[in-house]
Design a protein around this ligand. Sequence first.
Ligand code: LMR
Length: 398
Amino acid sequence: MFEQLALLPDDPILSLIGAFLQDNNPLKVDLGAGVYKDETGIAPILTTVKAAEHKYLSEQTSKTYTGIAGDMEYNHCIEQLIFGQQHPALQAQRISTIQTPGSSGGLYLAAQLIARSNPNSKLWLSQPTWDNHYAIFASANIATAAYPYYRIGQQTIDFEQMLNTLRDEAKAGDAVLLHGCCHNPSGADLSPQQWRDLTALVLEKDLVPVIDQAYQGFAHSLEEDAYGIRYMAEHLPELIVSASCSKNFTLYRERTGSISVLSSNSKQNRSIVSQLLAIARACYSIPPANGAAIVKTILMDEASRLAWQAEVETMRQRLLAMRTQLAEQLQQKQQQVDFSYLLKQHGMFSFLPLNTAQITALREQHSIYMVGSGRISFTGLTTANIDYAADAIAAVIK
Ligand code: LMR
């Protein structure tokens, strides 16, 4: 039966982790996957996460099954982190949240939920977007189309074209995938005014946003980075949010995420949750417990929560410092490209305007790793390697 199977290429992002590990060059720099690294180049476990894990494990008495929805206390904590404690849609019980294996798991449930609700619905994705978005929605046989978002040449958001495309081509009942903050791969985010304008169009056209929130806390702050989600949840009848604790809790391999669905009323929400549980049961049964227990242990204790917020802010500040220094160094070291756009973007990623030959040269001649699109993750830069990286990037541009 397996003779017909084709050999597929490696994952364009996660395969870089293995390739980087195997490189023996002591000068190597990892600008590939979105994994936070500290000044020493280590992907750390946050101190608050380590402490919460220790507490949870020392108090754990059983490893019996949890429910399909995961840990209900975690679900409560995480939806308050996403929507804010006093959000009117939470108070009206119009939002339901279940735990998922990472945000990929949440997006998978979202795709299957859309397929069950409206199989003719098309999903609109930003051009460009995270590669895996296409694969996840294709797995549910959802038709996809791209809306213009980021002009790689000009390094800016093409908001007018985004609105025009959705206004002219999207149909009522279609879904629109948005990035809550720190757009992956461009780092170019919608302004509060653009979120409001987009919300008006989504309402007028009867579209359903699916918001991927994987980097809350890495653009401005935990509160500000939720602006778009909270505004949309206040003004729209329906919305899906898939959130991740991989980055802001450094829980990557613990697969800790959530899906929240906003609908018109709590009765509809019960049906939606029953569908999500059925989809999850047929796929992974129950989500892994460890990460969610760590997150709730932190969020339910005021002192731990404040300490965690400070750690998120430290990660954000370090990335901002690396972004600023790389932009300044590239401005000084070459004249071909104006890199000041990097300072207007947020989070772990931005594009460098490099072609395939330049990206290959960086990898083969300098052991500098990045995604083939030219997306870099600032996470792998440190004060020790930033001169080397900037010199190499400037050299291939010249
Ligand atoms: C990334 O975009 O680098 C991260 O979200 C890791 C992944 O799963 O692709």
